[in-house]
Design a protein around this ligand. Structure first.
Ligand code: CP
Length: 349
């Protein structure tokens, strides 16, 4: 299988699952299942992946390192604390805080490594490493990720940007495929959850796309004002229909959860408040009832609970749900590693 090329470069990248055809995603999930079940052995012996983290991480960091190790290669972690601060703008006089341009960094790392993986979500950490400030339209350009993709000469993997977290989407797809076998006809509810902080919507975008690509009957539930980006919603709806599923949006969490096979919770910041999170805090202060609890799970069709983690117990979801047999969040986290092994074996081989 050949993954798509982006930015008119020769190398294939993995920046967003929606860059892939649905049959390519199915092939990756099938390969991940085969690797997990020991039916297929893949080798990346002698290969190196540079993982650049501009934000904190537990799962992504460890699952990429273990995935490379299990394949016989290695991951070299580069954290924003121990590298130069990078510049991303063109035609800039670099007499400020940035020390090295991505035009040098990306090709230099490409000479040492067989792939580059980038985590850079500006909403989480505003730092000198951030390439933009302010509007969603600007953040949506994912300047850090796309600059690495533009100037690298080896495959680039998105480990979560402002807009997408495709490895989470792939891991979730593997989890649901493993759990149900046939995912068509299953109801997938992705619900906004209360959280004390505004969070990026990248994970939600990719989780939603994953369920759409599996042909599930997808319902996105959120309070009014927390609408997702309309362009991304349009792509999700199109892909849901293409794969034999359906797509709906609800502002009523109880109603949405009725008859669900999967309830996946995630918080995200409201786009009208993008960059003005103090004002959003006030707007969401009366939304603490957007929590997944036992009563809501009782409305499902023996449904399973999913969350990308990290999760705030008794804020986004009750401990009763998390500690019950309905919760498959640990399987979901584990499957990040198997899904990424399939991805790495395909991209870097
Ligand atoms: N779900 C996820 O990406 O977790 P980390 O932020 O810990 O990597």
């Amino acid at each position: 299988m050949l993954l798509p090329q982006t930015h008119n470069h020769a190398q294939p990248n993995f920046l967003n699952t929606a860059d892939l055809k649905q049959e390519e995603i199915s092939a990756l999930i099938d390969l991940a299942l085969d690797i997990k079940q020991g039916k297929v052995k893949k080798s990346l012996a002698g290969k190196t992946l540079a993982t650049l983290f501009f934000n904190p991480s537990v799962r992504t960091r460890v699952s990429f390192a273990t995935a490379m190790f299990k394949l016989g290669g290695q991951a070299i972690e580069i954290s924003s604390n121990n590298v130069w601060s990078f510049e991303y703008q063109d035609d800039v006089v670099m007499d400020g805080s940035t020390i090295e341009h991505v035009k040098e960094v990306a090709p230099v790392l490409s000479r040492y490594c067989d792939g580059l993986a980038i985590r850079c979500s500006e909403l989480v950490t505003k730092s000198a490493q951030s390439a933009s400030s302010g509007s969603w339209e600007e953040s949506k350009q994912d300047i850090v990720l796309n600059s690495f993709a533009k100037y690298a000469t080896v495959p680039v993997i998105n480990m979560e940007s402002n807009v997408y977290h495709p490895c989470q989407g792939l891991g979730d797809a593997l989890t649901m495929k493993e759990h149900f076998g046939e995912t068509r006809g299953k109801k997938y509810v992705h619900t906004w959850a209360y959280h004390p902080k505004a969070l990026p919507m990248a994970t939600t975008n990719s989780q939603m796309l994953a369920a759409c690509d599996l042909g599930m009957d997808v319902v996105i539930a959120h309070p009014q004002g927390w609408e997702l980006d309309p362009e991304i919603l349009a792509v999700a709806q199109k892909r849901a229909i293409q794969s034999g599923g359906s797509f709906a949006i609800s502002n009523d969490q109880d109603e949405a959860i009725e008859g669900a096979d999967i309830v996946c919770a995630k918080s995200w910041g409201a786009l009208p408040y993008y960059g003005n999170w103090e004002a959003e805090k006030e707007a969401r202060s009366n939304l603490q009832h957007w929590i997944v609890n036992e009563e809501k799970m009782a409305r499902t069709r023996d449904g399973k609970f999913m969350h990308c983690l990290p999760v705030r117990r008794n804020v986004e979801v009750t401990q009763g749900v998390l500690d019950s047999t309905s919760s498959i969040v640990i399987d979901e986290a584990e499957n990040r590693m198997w899904a990424q092994m399939a991805l790495l074996a395909t991209l870097l081989a």
